[in-house]
Design a protein around this ligand. Structure first.
Ligand SMILES: [Mg+2]
Length: 337
């Protein structure tokens, strides 16, 4: 009998997301005009000297990223664009244009396409983003909405995951854990419906303005969005910057509705906030000497909270300090498991 560890790797699921990405990127060569290649929230290229373009793509697949039983058509379109704008925000970019690729089952009601477009176009209008082209194909199975987004950023204003240094503070915008409560309550219809959390899951607000401000005045040394949860975002910055991070559990911005919901379910709000995805906040680091720049950003955020939740450390470990002591952060999310 062959031990499980000796079984040959045959499927993408056997391989896992991370190894699959490495397998693909190992085959790619980056010319000098690629400023940021694979491995960050978005790619940055310099098609002409002095002009940077920021590019990202993300697909929403029915049954994987959304369930039409509880995600209305406008929210499908809103989320498809929001996830891409969030990645541009994490690079400090101003979003400009998107390409929209639709893969649709034959029997799909056309009013669902109209509703999806309502959601996508209203978020686009809110951020002065224009749909400049796209593609439609037939799907033998689920509905898919694939968006490619293009943004602009000035040279030296690009935010990457790689700039954090020991001693930097760790900050997050908004609140964490809301969307995962929203999703779970939509899936199970258990307990009183936490409407604000459901709204956070269905119609997340990408932190476009925060990202632009953090890049423009160079307040942040590193930045990432929390699409796959806070713990995953922390891990991404730690890996790219080759540092460790220590979070303070009592500092995490967890809303009252989220705490109440977890209390009622008997689950832990802190672990859920660390592991739960779909919040689309920005996690970023700030040098001690750049507190003044951060104050300027805060003043211009129209009330969006920015909370210090930890420190960058030299020791390359990921910790969270709780009342019970210090422990390792839970593992990240894998799209194939
Ligand atoms: Mg991202």
């Amino acid at each position: 009998m062959i031990a499980p560890t000796q079984l040959p790797v045959r499927t993408v699921s056997d391989l896992g997301e991370r190894a699959l990405v490495e397998r693909i990127t190992a085959r790619l060569a980056m010319p000098s005009w690629v400023v940021v290649g694979p491995g960050d929230d978005a790619a940055v290229i310099e098609p002409e000297r002095g002009t940077l373009e920021v590019l990202t793509t993300d697909v929403q697949v029915e049954g994987v990223h959304f369930d039409r039983r509880f995600v209305p058509p406008d929210a499908i379109g809103h989320r498809a664009l929001a996830v891409n704008l969030s990645d541009l925000a994490a690079m400090g970019a101003t979003p400009r244009a998107v390409l929209l690729s639709l893969v649709l089952p034959d029997a799909l009601d056309v009013t669902i396409v109209d509703g999806m477009l309502d959601g996508l176009l209203s978020l686009a209008a809110a951020h002065n983003v224009v749909v400049v082209g796209g593609n439609i194909s037939r799907s033998p199975g689920p509905m898919m909405v694939d968006v490619t987004a293009i943004g602009a950023v000035r040279p030296r204003r690009v935010l990457t995951r790689g700039g954090a240094r020991p001693g930097d503070g760790v900050y997050v915008t908004g609140t964490v854990g809301d969307a995962s409560v929203g999703l779970q309550s939509l899936q199970t219809a258990r307990g009183p419906a936490p409407h604000a959390c459901q709204q956070r899951y269905l119609r997340p607000q990408p932190r476009v303005r925060a990202g632009m401000l953090l890049g423009r005045n160079r307040a942040a040394s590193a930045c990432v969005d929390t699409s796959d949860g806070l713990a995953d975002a922390v891990r991404r910055i730690a890996e790219a910057s080759q540092v460790g991070l220590a979070l303070d559990a009592s500092a995490l911005p967890i809303g009252d509705e989220v705490r109440r919901w977890h209390d009622a379910q008997g689950s832990g709000a802190i672990d859920a906030a660390l592991g739960g995805g779909d919040d689309y906040e920005l996690l970023f680091t700030v040098r001690p000497a750049h507190q003044g720049r951060l104050r300027d950003v805060r003043r211009r955020l129209d009330g969006l909270p920015v909370t210090k939740i930890g420190m960058v450390t030299k020791e390359r470990q990921l910790f969270i300090r709780t009342e019970a002591g210090q422990r390792r952060l839970p593992a990240g999310f894998d799209h194939f498991r």
